[in-house]
Design a protein around this ligand. Structure first.
Ligand code: NAD
Ligand code: UDP
Length: 313
């Protein structure tokens, strides 16, 4: 049995990760300040004597003895990370410093939940890990993008300078049960709108693309990455390479929900990336043939069922 710390463990992805790690027989300490996560996401785990929930902000140091750390604490949706951009940068950067300092001191292995946003509005398609990205350093999204880029740099520097055992994964758009209903991300927005037969809010002309990964596939990739030997640190892309336009996503959700919703076109937010698709060759090679298994339709049906129940529909 390993002792594992999950920062941001009460969030959408973190709660699935805590559940998976407990099911594998580990002891899990979930640390969260509940900015975008909630106790509700992990309430079903509270009866497990090997699960511990701690309210703490990663911008403050934290001390504990563990074998592994998954560093997920950071708001991930544009609405939430732009709400208090200074705090978002502090969470990414000071959170990384605090968790890396802890990993160094207790000799734990540490994994950073980085993001496809480090590629910005990419000029290389699909994105490979050796692409340095195209990020506006002073735009609305920069608090998140640059915070995550700085965190990657910190991880690499702690690795080279202090031999900390690090892992970096770059997560591409992930969706699934326990997404925050008000976080404004495209999958949750469209499903909730469709379930109420409201217009579907497409930003821009809907030709921009994203590649959507169901959360279970991400958790599998994440845990496989943590289990790799110390010599492989990443960064490695974890995402579903099947790319869709936002308009196609809207049409698919209308079809699956049987909604009477119409498409409504709204202004495109600043610096909204035009396309995004992971090249997952490295993940396949290093993570024992890992690749996403859940098709968009299957994942959307599970997510639709979740929101239906959440909204008593
Ligand atoms: P989320 O907002 O549901 O989860 C983030 C969690 O971190 C929340 O529980 C929140 O309360 C907590 N948190 C935020 N600031 C904190 C702080 N200062 N101290 C302690 N806890 C704090 O988002 P998510 O989608 O579950 O994302 C989890 C991680 O994965 C994030 O680091 C995010 O950047 C990364 N990621 C997610 C996606 C995606 O598509 N969901 C894509 C790329 C990267
Ligand atoms: N989007 C949209 N309507 C919405 C929410 C988002 O058209 O109600 C678009 C958004 O402009 C972006 C894409 O969907 O092009 C994905 O947005 P999301 O916020 O989910 O993720 P990110 O932009 O961080 O990839």
């Amino acid at each position: 049995m390993k002792k594992i710390l999950v920062t941001g463990g009460a969030g959408f992805i973190g709660s699935h990760l805590c559940e998976r790690l407990l099911n594998e027989g580990n002891e899990v300490i979930c640390l969260d300040n509940y900015f975008t996560g909630s106790k509700q996401n992990v309430v079903h785990l509270l009866d497990n004597p090997y699960f511990e929930l701690i309210r703490h902000d990663v911008t403050e140091p934290f001390f504990i003895e563990v074998d592994e750390i998954y560093n997920l604490a950071c708001p991930a949706s544009p609405i939430h990370y732009q709400y208090n951009p200074i705090k978002t940068i502090k969470t990414s950067v000071m959170g990384a410093v605090n968790m890396l300092g802890l990993a160094k001191r207790i000799r734990a292995k540490i994994l950073q939940a980085s993001t496809s946003e480090v590629y910005g509005d990419p000029k290389i398609h699909p994105q490979t890990e050796d692409y340095w990205g195209h990020v506006n350093p002073i735009g609305l999204r920069s608090c998140y993008d640059e915070g995550k880029r700085c965190a990657e740099s910190l991880f690499m520097n702690y690795h080279h300078q202090n031999n900390v055992r690090i892992k970096i994964i770059r997560i591409f758009n992930t969706y699934g049960t326990r997404m925050h209903p008000q976080d404004g991300r495209v999958v949750s927005n469209f499903i909730i709108q469709a379930l109420h037969n409201e217009d579907i809010t497409i930003y821009g002309d809907g030709h921009q693309t994203r590649s959507f990964q169901y959360v279970d596939d991400l958790i599998e990739g994440m845990t496989r990455m943590m289990a790799t030997g110390d010599e492989f640190v990443g960064p490695v892309n974890i995402g579903n390479p099947k790319e869709f336009t936002i308009r196609e996503l809207a049409e698919k959700i209308i079809e699956l929900t049987g909604a009477r919703s119409k498409l409504m076109f709204m202004p495109l937010p600043e610096d909204d990336p035009a396309q995004r698709q992971p090249d997952i060759s490295l993940a396949k090679q290093e993570l024992s043939g890992w690749e996403p298994r859940i098709h968009l339709e299957e994942g959307l049906l599970k997510t639709i069922a979740y929101f239906k129940q959440l909204q008593n529909l």
